[in-house]
Design a protein around this ligand. Structure first.
Ligand code: ZN
Length: 239
């Protein structure tokens, strides 16, 4: 593992280079804007740098995406008209006076009804709580759907837990639980499902070994497209 960088115009792109048994080069841009490159063991630095230059514009574009859309960066203000992402779509926040404090979704809008619409802290609590409830319901649905399939391939999963993690979408514990970042609720369902399956595979294969990718491939043949959509990651053939 090494930290490297390339110069792209006036921008420095720093990245962490890892080696694996894979034959292709994978570039991942993470939500914390860090860039991780996984290369075949025998890849030469100049070949890696060449690929990074070729993908530099795309990397910067992915970083911009995370800067603009991840709800934690920049912080949301919870005011009427602000856009929020939910399951891969943009919704506009609307604040209304109502008889009770409640969040309702309709036609491209997240409507927050509350007794005192000037109470900004209350608006945030309602929206965050609503998104959390939606995350619990959506993750539950997708997790239950995948667990039966995973079990047929020798994976034993306890359950999942929602946990805020600074720079990752998912993780797993030695006790067989998978951890999901609540911010995943911004992503399309097919991408959330990919994170769940990726972590389920780690319960059996702990590293990103060839056996891990074989298992992932069996459980989710189109995982690469899903990952690309979620993470801003791309796979390149390397000479
Ligand atoms: Zn992994």
């Amino acid at each position: 593992m090494r930290d490297m960088m390339i110069q792209y115009g006036r921008k420095r792109i720093e990245f962490r280079l890892l080696y694996s048994a894979r034959k292709t080069l994978a570039i991942d841009v993470h939500p914390d804007l860090s860039v991780v490159v996984t290369a075949p063991k025998d890849a030469e630095d100049c070949a890696v740098e060449k690929k990074m230059h070729k993908r530099a514009a795309w990397i910067v574009q992915q970083q911009r995406f995370f800067e603009n859309y991840l709800p934690s960066i920049p912080p949301r203000r919870y005011v009427s008209g602000e856009t929020h992402r939910y399951l891969g779509r943009q919704y506009r926040l609307r604040i209304h006076e109502g008889d009770e404090d409640v969040v309702k979704m309709s036609r491209g809008q997240i409507n927050v009804l509350l007794i005192d619409p000037s109470n900004k802290a209350r608006i945030k609590t309602l929206v965050v709580g609503w998104l959390r409830q939606r995350a619990e319901a959506v993750f539950r649905d997708l997790f239950d759907g995948m667990v039966a399939k995973a079990e047929r391939h020798g994976i034993t999963a306890e359950d999942f837990e929602i946990r805020r993690m600074r720079n990752r979408w998912g993780s797993c514990t030695t006790e067989g639980r998978i951890l999901l970042n609540p911010d995943l609720i911004i992503a399309p369902k097919q991408c959330i499902e990919y994170v769940i399956v990726h972590e389920l595979c780690h319960l059996k294969e702990h590293n990103h070994s060839p056996a891990f990718y074989r298992l992932l491939q069996v459980l989710m043949p189109d995982w690469e497209q899903r990952r690309e959509r979620l993470n801003g990651s791309v796979v390149e053939d390397i000479a």
